[in-house]
Ligand binder design. Structure first.
Ligand code: HAM
Length: 454
């Protein structure tokens, strides 16, 4: 049977024509430029020296303490963070960027690096390597948090993880390392430290905390009432002004520590004393991630911005139970993550990084299309010979090119015009005296190197 012809629908005359292919973009007059997504930001070239300084320091310090660089993807299975960071944490409950793929996978942008490193440790059988395995990473993390000073939805951390040994000396050295990282960048920080004990001692402490705060329930904010039910330790983290007095009277974890955790914590502090790294004991440091056990710490630094001064530059601690939570064999681990956006803010505030020098030894100037072609090739020769060389090929006027050459502090300019191309020569100009000489174009690199004493 013949298929009936589809009915033709004639659009009403007032209907606007619709673009057939939605991927075809037709620019319209007066269109607003597209803006950044809220909470995201561009890291601009003007900030490049600060970011480079943090990256260089990360490389230096990681190498000095024997940490090897590794990188995990920014996308992971959501379950990794639900299990690793903890279901009842702000990070997982409120801040995950998660979605379901058409194939049904539940994925998330990583909110932190530790769970991913531990996943990778298990997946790549790193327990077969000599322990502890010491790795570091430098990259973006994503949390859909309320944007404010020092809080972004994409932020960068330098993280270090030491997996496979539970000794207190590891915790101490990680703290020393984090402290030195910011110190060597020129920032004095304060370390706040606490111990959360084992999961058993923590469970006992939680019970004590719950009964204490239950008796004060009518003084708690709605948010804190929820915390009391779901994650009582986080009450100690509450910034609610009314909570400060209540917190001061609350039971403290240190009184509930089991003997082993107490001894471990004492040793961490003794090691810090030995090296002379200052710290403050702070019973309210509980961290916003559930995987911690025993040592936890955070780093703070002064800032002109009050809000910024209250946000940690970094934090970390021991996570001896995380490996099992993620399906691995019991393996202790400890580490830290440093918030580079906040560190860069401090560097900028204090003007701590010198702008990079863009000085060159030689500047290539050109006249006419033939001269430009030859100069473009000569630029590569200089570069390969390791001579710092500058250019501004897009400009045609010699005057404009010489101005840039002066700005960049070039001692010599090499000028190539049409005549020089035809003769196979180049003009070398002494930028101080203005004296010029003509040399064989094939020998110009060697000639400049001779002048530079190379
Ligand atoms: P964290 O304290 O959640 O720890 O994050 C590390 C650091 O990242 C913070 O101290 C802070 O400086 C920075 N940071 C966090 N959220 C933001 C944000 N929204 N905007 C800007 N900076 C932010 C962790 O992530 C753990 N993985 C650290 C660790 C490693 N523990 C053991 N090993």
């Amino acid at each position: 049977m013949k298929k009936p012809e589809p009915k033709k629908v004639t659009p009403p005359s007032s209907a606007k024509p619709v673009s057939v292919d939605p991927t075809v973009f037709v620019p319209k007059k007066g269109m607003q430029p597209i803006q950044l997504v809220r909470g995201m930001r561009d890291l601009l070239p003007s900030d490049a020296p600060y970011w480079k300084a943090t990256r260089d320091e990360a490389d230096t310090i990681a190498a000095a303490y024997g940490y090897e660089w590794m990188e995990t993807p920014v996308v992971e299975e959501t379950a990794l963070f639900v299990r690793g960071v903890g279901k009842i944490t702000d990070i997982v409950e409120k801040e995950l960027y998660s979605w379901q793929t058409p194939g049904g996978e539940h994925l998330s942008l990583r909110p932190e690096g530790t769970a991913s490193v531990v996943r990778s440790y298990i997946q790549h059988g790193m327990f077969n390597q000599p322990q502890p395995v010491k790795v570091c990473y430098y990259g973006p993390m994503f949390r859909h948090d309320r944007p404010q000073a020092g809080r972004f939805r994409q932020f960068y951390t330098f993280g270090c993880e030491c997996i496979g040994d539970g000794d207190a000396v590891i915790d101490a050295q990680l703290i020393i390392m984090a402290y030195n990282f910011v110190k060597e960048l020129g920032i004095e920080s304060t370390i706040k430290i606490n111990s959360l004990g084992t999961s058993e001692s923590r469970a006992n402490y939680k019970n004590a905390l719950v009964s204490y705060f239950r008796s004060k329930r009518n003084k708690l904010s709605e948010e804190d009432k929820k915390r009391l039910l779901k994650n009582p330790l986080r009450l100690l983290d509450s910034k609610d002004p009314g909570m400060q007095e209540l917190k001061a009277e609350a039971p403290q974890m240190v009184d509930w520590l089991d003997e082993e955790s107490k001894a471990h914590f004492t040793r961490v502090l003794e090691y810090l004393d030995e090296v002379g790294v200052p710290y403050q004991l702070d019973p309210f440091i509980v961290r916003g991630l559930d995987y911690y056990s025993k040592t936890v710490f955070e780093l703070y630094a002064a800032s002109d911005d009050q809000e910024l001064a209250q946000s940690a530059l970094g934090g970390g601690g021991r996570y001896d139970g995380l490996m099992e939570i993620l399906g691995g064999r019991p393996t202790p681990g400890a580490g830290f993550g440093l918030g580079l956006d906040r560190i860069v803010s401090r560097l900028k505030e204090k003007n701590l990084v010198a702008p990079p020098s863009n000085q060159v030894d030689v500047f290539l100037a050109q006249l006419g299309e033939m001269g430009r072609k030859k100069a473009l090739a000569l630029f590569e020769e200089f570069r390969q010979a390791g001579v710092p060389v500058g250019e501004v090929f897009a400009k045609a006027s010699i005057k404009a090119q010489m101005e840039v050459a002066n700005k960049r502090g070039a001692k010599w300019a090499v000028i190539i015009g049409q005549k020089e191309v035809l003769d196979g020569t180049a003009v070398i100009r002494d930028m101080d005296s203005g004296n010029q000489e003509i040399v064989d174009a094939k020998k110009v690199v060697a000639e400049i190197k001779k002048k530079l004493g190379q």
